[in-house]
Design a protein around this ligand. Structure first.
Ligand SMILES: *Cc1c(COP(=O)(O)O)cnc(C)c1O
Length: 384
């Protein structure tokens, strides 16, 4: 056998033993929010398409029109072929929604994070990172070669302690956090974080992948706080509630100018296809004009937790922590048998011994779907 194959098999062996080998199953997503897997139609409680905009007629039409007119691909990096007028419009719209001078769109949220952080932070600097920050924030932080100080999840006293211990040994400092935590659904205390950042000469960056479209009247998690916290680097994605693809940074003009001049994951990669950009613009139209629709995913999540006497959620993401990986995957399989698609989330996506069922609620879920899910969770023994 080839040494490369031997290497791969040896790496996989312990993962298979621990139930950690991943399988990506063929699954079709339908316009009604359901999915088809192995010939069975399931109600999906695991999609980030919170508003089902990826199937909205207006987005589909906008993507078709842009594709007909401008083609399926961007041709090259924007620094080579130039800025598409739709991208300019999208960046202006994002800046307007987030209340910043300017914005930059990347090809995905992951690309945004690995491009933004190393643009501002280097080996002489320090990053203070919430321990539950998304994997691509960790990736961007390690690319920056800065010192990383990880604070306990949402623990502001611990963050203050780390700042007191370390801040002065470094030049520039960045505090990074998710706005809505992707596997836990709770909010970062953005008011306190922005205060700590300002008091200690740190820059604050939030990743609001799960905020735009569903939190704060659709404007994102910053709008859950009053007065609005000062966040100079507001990153997010167009791939979740926006129903398209792409990442973005909203910030001041000098910050965006530096990104467009230096950020490697913007410069050395092909721009988004015009169809995706047009779809994102159509989504922002809907989000800006239909705040009631944007509030439905959170309302549905709260309906679910009420039925089961679980704590009230901050966002449309509701985890039920099981702990053991095998038990979690067994419950996910049982739910599938009963007609529900719910993801079992295992390490390393979440910390050891915190494997969980993660439910995401969408605007399309009907009260009877949520009730049926709650009943099934009791029936299969997830909750008593
Ligand atoms: C999904 C997600 C990303 C990545 O965004 P993509 O556009 O899917 O690459 C980044 N950060 C957080 C918190 C996410 O949940």
């Amino acid at each position: 056998m080839k040494s490369l194959d031997t290497f791969a098999l040896n790496k996989l062996k312990p993962l298979i033993e621990k139930g950690l080998k991943r399988e990506i199953l063929v699954t079709e997503r339908l316009a009604n929010g359901n999915v088809i897997r192995s010939g069975q139609e399931l109600i999906s409680f695991c999609c980030n398409d919170y508003l089902s905009l990826s199937h909205h007629p207006k987005l589909i039409q906008a993507a078709k029109d842009a594709t007909d007119r401008f083609g399926t691909g961007a041709g090259a990096s924007r620094l080579i072929t130039g800025n598409h007028p739709l991208l300019l419009e999208l960046e202006q719209r994002l800046a307007q929604i987030k209340g910043t001078q300017d914005a930059c769109v990347f090809s995905s949220g992951y690309m945004a994070n690995i491009g933004i952080i190393p643009t501002f932070i280097g080996p002489k600097d320090i990053i203070f990172l919430d321990e539950l920050s998304h994997a691509c924030i960790y990736a961007g932080s390690s690319l920056s070669e800065a010192h990383c100080a990880i604070f306990r999840h949402n623990d502001m006293a611990h963050l203050q302690e780390l700042i007191d211990q370390k801040r002065n040994d470094y030049q520039n400092a960045l505090i990074v956090t998710d706005g809505v935590f992707s596997m836990d659904g709770d909010l970062a205390p953005l008011d306190i974080l922005s205060q700590l950042a300002n008091e200690n000469e740190c820059w604050l960056m939030t990743d609001d992948a799960h905020g735009l479209g569903v939190m704060g009247d659709g404007k994102g998690s910053r709008h859950m706080f009053s007065p609005l916290p000062d966040i100079p680097l507001q990153m997010g994605t167009l791939s979740k509630a926006i129903g398209s693809l792409g990442g973005y940074l909203c910030a001041s003009k000098p910050v965006i100018d530096l990104i467009k001049t230096r950020s490697r994951s913007l410069i050395y990669t092909t721009a988004l296809p015009p169809g995706n950009v047009a779809a994102a613009l159509a989504a922002l139209d809907i989000i800006e004009t239909e705040p009631d629709y944007c509030s439905l995913p959170l309302k549905n999540a709260r309906h679910f937790t009420q039925l089961l006497d679980l704590p009230e959620p901050d966002s449309p993401i509701v985890p039920i922590i099981i702990g053991d990986t095998a038990r979690t995957m067994k419950f996910a399989a049982a739910l599938e048998q009963e007609g529900f698609l719910v993801s079992g989330i295992r390490p390393p996506t979440v910390p050891q011994d915190t494997a969980r069922l993660r439910f995401t609620f969408s605007a399309l879920h009907k009260p009877q779907d949520i009730k049926a899910l709650a009943t099934t969770l009791k029936k299969i023994g997830v909750l008593s």
